[in-house]
Design a binder for this molecule. Sequence first.
Ligand code: NAP
Length: 279
Amino acid sequence: MTDRYAVFGNPIGHSKSPRIHALFAAQTGQDISYQAVLAEKDGFAAAVGAFIAAGEGPARGANVTLPFKEEAFRLATRRTARAEAAGAVNTLSFEQDVMIGDNTDGAGLVRDLKHNLGCDPAGRRILLLGAGGAARGVILPLLLERPAELLIANRTEETAARLALEFARLPACAGEPRPDGTGFAGLAGRQFDLVINATSAGLSGASLPLPPCVFGPRCVAYEMVYGRETAFMAQARGAGARVADGLGMLVEQAAEAFFIWRGVRPRTAPVLAALRSSS
Ligand code: NAP
């Protein structure tokens, strides 16, 4: 019997996850099926329940995308430390009566930085732009890499300050660099080695009020959005930074989920290359 997996979201038609997991399965010889499920905005738990109940083979797990990551967090009967820190779940594993919730977004970002881009966060001055779900998901994994500094800057300053304080108090972050929070105005005269855009500004075409000095010498600028050239990417390029988009993070977070489910770590480079050549 083929083990079944799915990704739940709304909308979901654009999702690259079915293709990514099909490529992982073919590469590693794993017998799985993986489908995209459009859940009603108020019907996430019901859709997961229906997926588990129906079908030929056993349902083993699911990925969760917008807008259901917080609901998946509540639905999980057990959660990993990184899911607890993120307050959101993007990977569910179904084991008998237990539903384990994990969050692989941060691990995906760190792996993309270290293994695909040769940009180890250790010892770097990191600026994280945004204080929404995506930012929250990557703070703990970034702190565990021991950067020299992690500053969270957000349009709404108090959200950044609250988020920084929350992580500074987290027992899992004891001994790690203490994150700080600011508004964009607080970036004047500041310089960083790695600038990560976790805002959704790129989706609306909006640019961020960043002083060019934030992109320090040999700075890497990481845009979590993928599939388009955003204003942030243009700003960073103009300031001389090396620019990357979020497609690598997407593939790496999927690989981490695949590893959790199957115990096999797929090679991501050929999958990333396949996606890039067809986009
Ligand atoms: P979210 O929870 O809605 O948060 C949005 C964030 O963007 C907030 O901090 C918000 O600031 C800020 N923002 C929105 N418009 C802005 C603008 N015009 N100027 C300045 N700041 C603005 O969204 P999210 O879930 O964190 O997702 C953020 C982005 O990450 C999305 O584009 C998503 O596609 C991407 N993402 C990519 C991956 C990947 O695998 N590559 C994974 C996860 C997320 P305020 O607090 O002031 O409103």
